[in-house]
Design a protein around this ligand. Structure first.
Ligand SMILES: [Zn+2]
Ligand SMILES: [Zn+2]
Length: 318
């Protein structure tokens, strides 16, 4: 399976602004020597020596993930603002001609997970077909409500593609394309949210955002550990630092240290830090990531768990 991240920000889109870009340029220029800028090759080499935040950005779009199985079937998770660019990227795969097919999983209907839908071009093209799977009750009506003329000029029914909604209960399993198994589990989050586990053969991707796991719950974590067990990729809500999470009980999100504890207990192979706080700039996210790496080494240095910070454009293959 392949996983690509189109939106990694939590709560609200947080695009980088001009002064932040200027600061990055100032910083880069202050570090470069005449040798570093001699040729395109030396420039590339120099850029590779810099931290992620120095010459990149984690991205400001909200939750949207692309998953491809081994037969290249498209499964989308959620529809935050990252969906707009995902939609444009797949137009050449038949979606412009009305011949596109995709499956979809929805975790919940908070704004940051659905407000890319009005700008998802493939939804407007007749002939495209979408099978939308969810454990959320009444998702179709929630999306229709988002498109009432008070909120958006085009109604949901006027989006001309075919959209089929399929509800499935938590902890039951559905099968797509004869070999992809998907199950869901409810998460602690205001208004409710669902995690999805996607399995193809012996490969497992678990998406678990938005989710509040706090220190009080760690004693009752076994049912979740069982669910996350052996995940090759565990995409997890790490919106807060540990200190913030203590002050934001019931806000519905977790910290990197709790996520690391859970990933270690569950024997996950890769933990992807996800749903970044909109108030965190790239430099702060670099620091949060470094702390998470140190925490993991402090807890279990020998464990081969790999921790990765989600950023727009990140692609993983298992
Ligand atoms: Zn969210
Ligand atoms: Zn939410």
């Amino acid at each position: 399976m392949k996983v690509k991240f189109w939106g990694v920000r939590g709560s609200i889109a947080a695009p980088i602004n001009g002064s932040a870009i200027r600061k990055k340029i100032e910083n880069i220029l202050s570090l470069a020597t005449p040798y570093d800028i001699q040729s395109p090759e030396t420039i590339q080499k120099f850029l590779e020596t810099l931290s992620f935040s120095s010459c990149q950005t984690y991205g400001g779009n909200t939750t949207c993930i692309e998953i491809r199985d081994s037969a290249n079937h498209l499964i989308i998770i959620d529809a935050g603002t990252g969906l707009r660019e995902l939609g444009n990227s797949i137009l050449g795969e038949g979606f412009l001609k009305g011949e596109g097919r995709a499956s979809w999983l929805f975790t919940h209907s908070h704004w940051d997970h659905i407000n890319g839908i009005p700008f998802f071009v493939p939804f407007y093209i007749p002939g495209n077909e979408f099978d939308i799977y969810t454990s959320v009750n009444d998702l179709e009506n929630r999306l229709i409500y988002q498109h009432s003329d008070r909120h958006f000029p085009v109604s949901f029914d006027a989006l001309s593609s075919t959209k089929r909604f399929h509800h499935f209960e938590e902890e039951t399993e559905i099968t797509l394309f004869e070999k992809i198994q998907i199950s869901s589990k409810s998460l602690r989050h205001p208004g409710g949210s669902y995690s999805y586990k996607i399995r193809e053969d012996d490969k497992i991707v678990v998406f678990a955002s938005d989710a509040e796991f706090n220190i009080d719950e760690m004693e009752n974590i076994d049912k979740y550990i069982h669910y996350f067990q052996g995940a090759d990729i565990l995409i997890f809500d790490t919106q807060y630092t540990f200190e913030e999470s203590l002050n934001k009980i019931d806000w519905g999100h977790s910290s990197a240290s709790i996520a690391t504890d859970i990933a270690l207990k569950a024997g996950a192979k890769k933990l992807i830090m996800f749903h970044h706080d909109p108030s965190y700039n790239d430099e702060k996210l670099d620091a949060v990531y470094l702390r998470a790496l140190n925490y993991k080494n402090m807890m279990d240095k020998a464990n081969s768990l790999e921790i990765i910070m989600a950023h727009e454009g990140l692609e993983l293959e298992i």
